[in-house]
Ligand binder design. Structure first.
Ligand SMILES: [Zn+2]
Length: 259
């Protein structure tokens, strides 16, 4: 079936007759994920979440288009890991800027970035874009933060751990090696107290924090856990997409009740 809400599937015949109001841009990374998950893990996740959420919103009448995934992310902490393919934040901004420019010209004035990689951070870019393209409403979702993963997993983990392995068991089961092949995902903590406590941020050098590139133990991963988490996240994202499609982005704020 050709999905009219997935740009890589659809055609000019459909596009020219459809008044799309919200575009989704899935954005991943190409990087090692412990020994057992594919390099394109973040890309599979981004595209899956964008397309399934778009499908659910489309069913409710919202005209959503999920664009092709951008497969390269910010990986400056993994430059010494073979075939981790870094693009710098400034490059990322140029790509995003060009996409927003196109959408602005074509009158699609709502963009949702569906981010799947912790090293990608779009908030400052959205601030800069707002100055240049005030008519385009740009927002970003880090999908792993949509719900509290603690309610779904014993030990969710940060990178290629139980949460990420469980969702990949559903999204791309043929590409997930048996858990017996995976490393423990043990993380070496910083010697600096402020960083350990989480209130100081800095770039982590990945080969110093993990022996197997994973951060988080994948041992208790199951496909059932992944399915339940993905189902609830895509429900929630699709509700946001419907709400955004129906909203007037020039009039987004409720009047305060205590004036
Ligand atoms: Zn990942």
């Amino acid at each position: 079936m050709i999905r009219p809400y997935v740009l890589k599937d659809t055609n000019w015949k459909t596009v020219k007759e459809t008044d799309y109001s919200v575009a989704i841009l899935p954005w991943g990374a190409t990087e090692a994920h412990n020994f057992h998950l594919p390099y394109a893990t973040d890309n599979f996740e981004a595209e899956y979440l964008a397309e399934v959420s778009a499908a659910k919103a489309w069913k409710k009448g919202a005209k959503i288009i999920s664009m092709p995934n951008v497969p390269f992310g910010v990986n400056t902490g993994q430059l010494d890991i073979d075939l981790c393919l870094n693009i710098n934040p400034s490059t990322q901004y140029q790509i995003l800027n060009d996409i927003v420019d196109v959408l602005d010209r074509q009158g699609i004035e709502k963009l949702v970035i569906l981010n799947s990689h912790g090293g990608n951070n779009f908030k400052q870019m959205i601030r800069e874009l707002y100055g240049d393209y005030p008519d385009v409403f740009v927002c970003a979702i880090n999908w792993w933060q949509v719900l509290d993963s603690a309610g779904y997993f014993d030990e969710p983990g940060d990178h290629a751990g139980e949460m990420e392995t469980s969702v990949m068991m559903h999204i791309a089961p043929d590409l997930v090696l048996p858990i017996s092949e995976a490393g423990s995902g043990a993380e070496n903590k910083s010697k600096l107290q402020g960083i350990r406590d989480g209130w100081v941020i800095a770039q982590r050098q990945w080969t110093s924090i993990s022996a197997d590139t994973g951060v988080g133990n994948p041992a208790k991963s199951t496909v059932e856990k992944g399915v339940r988490f993905l189902e609830n996240i895509t429900d929630k994202i699709s509700e946001f997409l419907v709400e955004l499609a129906e909203s007037d982005t020039n009039n987004l704020y409720e009047e305060s009740t205590n004036q």
